[in-house]
Design a protein around this ligand. Sequence first.
Ligand code: GLC
Ligand code: MG
Length: 564
Amino acid sequence: MSGSVEPQSESALKWWQKTIAYEIYVKSYKDSDGDGTGDLNGITSELDHLKELGVGAVWLTPCYASPQADNGYDIADYYSIDPAYGTMEDMDTLIAEAKARDIRIVMDLVFNHTSNENEWFIESRQSKDNDKSDWYIWADPKEDGSAPTNWRSIFGGSAWEFDEGRGQYYLHTFLPEQPDLNWANPEVRKAVTDVAGFWVDKGVGGFRMDAITYIKKPEIFADGEPDAGDGMVGIHSMTANTDGILDYLHEFKASVQEGTDIFTVGEANGVSAADLDKWVGDDGVFDMVFEFGLVNIDLPDENNWCETRDWSLQEFRSFFKDSLAAADGAGGWFPVFLENHDQPRSIDHYLPGNGDRTARGKALATLLLTMRGTPFIMQGEELGYVNVDWPSIDDYNDISTKNHYEFALGEGYSEEEAMDGVHHFSRDSARTPVQWDASENAGFTTGKPWLPVYPDYTVYNRESEKADPDSVLNFYLTLSKLRRALPELTDGDYEEIMPDNQNIVAYTRSKGNAKVTVLINFTDGEAEYDPGYVKDGKCIMSTCSGEKKGILRPYEAVIYEEQP
Ligand code: GLC
Ligand code: MG
């Protein structure tokens, strides 16, 4: 070894820190065979668009064999592809075709629960003493025969389901069709590790770990203080982030990830900036976690879609500031996301109102693609999609939407109030088919789409937006190029500026001598700021023409580059 110091590589970041991630809701992306359901071959046929967008990691929602009680989050067999989506050969082709374009496929690992049609569960429910009898969470009824505790599942109703055969209840954090695995059993931990290993061997680039904060249950199952008129208590407050959960996840990380270049991102409801050092980074269990602080900013109680709260831009900015500082402090990394398949469309979520939707979409795009961290774009977000507002609950598909609606009526809200909640929060808004062109069914399928195409497809579709220089899509393409051209946008430090401004989100990203200042007006009126912040800056991007230092037009976003 020579004593010389190795030249610093251009960036010490890993591949997944430098790229843009994109979530595909497989059922709704592109249908290749006319059955009305998106599929793997549909995705393979459209990879070039993702390449153009600068995407290097594609997270697929679960496409394993599943009875689809929760649209695939109920997995019957982790080792096979659902026939509606294709075959394992199609998956191999997708992984290879993506790799040829420098795109890695990211699988969704749902390990808190399986489907009730999974063979593991079918065996477990046979008796109290079969080989897998302890693979799920079984408990005896209370003396009066009722459920072991008063816990309410996340989708509504008791979290316990009685099984006649065993004469016992099993626990389901989500639907009765989604029985929870018993991670306390080492055989279960081995089984899920094997599943992950199988997919690592297939060449995937990472894993999104579904509902991961629920895997460890408390030692003793006890009733909680009821939090609603149904006499139940939300299971989240009783089982999320139970002590010892990190031991399981450290074990998982050591056996699955070591020696690979994959990344992991945990869906971590209940984890906040203050806990991040235990969850991400060198001493953590994942590379990144999706926190819920931002998406729940207007929702004080996840059970109840009818009660929302007003939030301030201060809180919105604090989320980024605190989480970025905590993730950095832990040596971890931050996943930037405004939408996913469980959330409202961000335009309606964070910038509600009647303002120009294209302007609102661009404002949020600016935040998403210039914040420090790996941006996760939800399919359709780059096309500026908004929430659906179907008139009747029967028009909706999502089981959680239906259950939230029932819960609201049970709590005494009116039909209209319950539907308002649905219009605002339904998960179906993020799940409507991708609108490719203005032809029938928006070019998504030649058959009948499994979920209706949103009627605005004649205007807001990929083809027409591609042709329109002022579209949200072209803005994403421009910003993505800018992000790749300016290292400070990937690697640079983040610093919030104008912390007292009530209307503007503003920050700098800097690396060495390079520095950009990002300013986004979150209101539908003009917003003023001290032009001194950008006095030496040259405008390199603006969503309105003729930008003027010191003032932003409604929803205007601007990027200034500091001149050395
Ligand atoms: C996660 C998923 C959601 C699913 C639930 C149960 O929250 O993102 O879509 O319904 O877990 O698996
Ligand atoms: Mg199909």
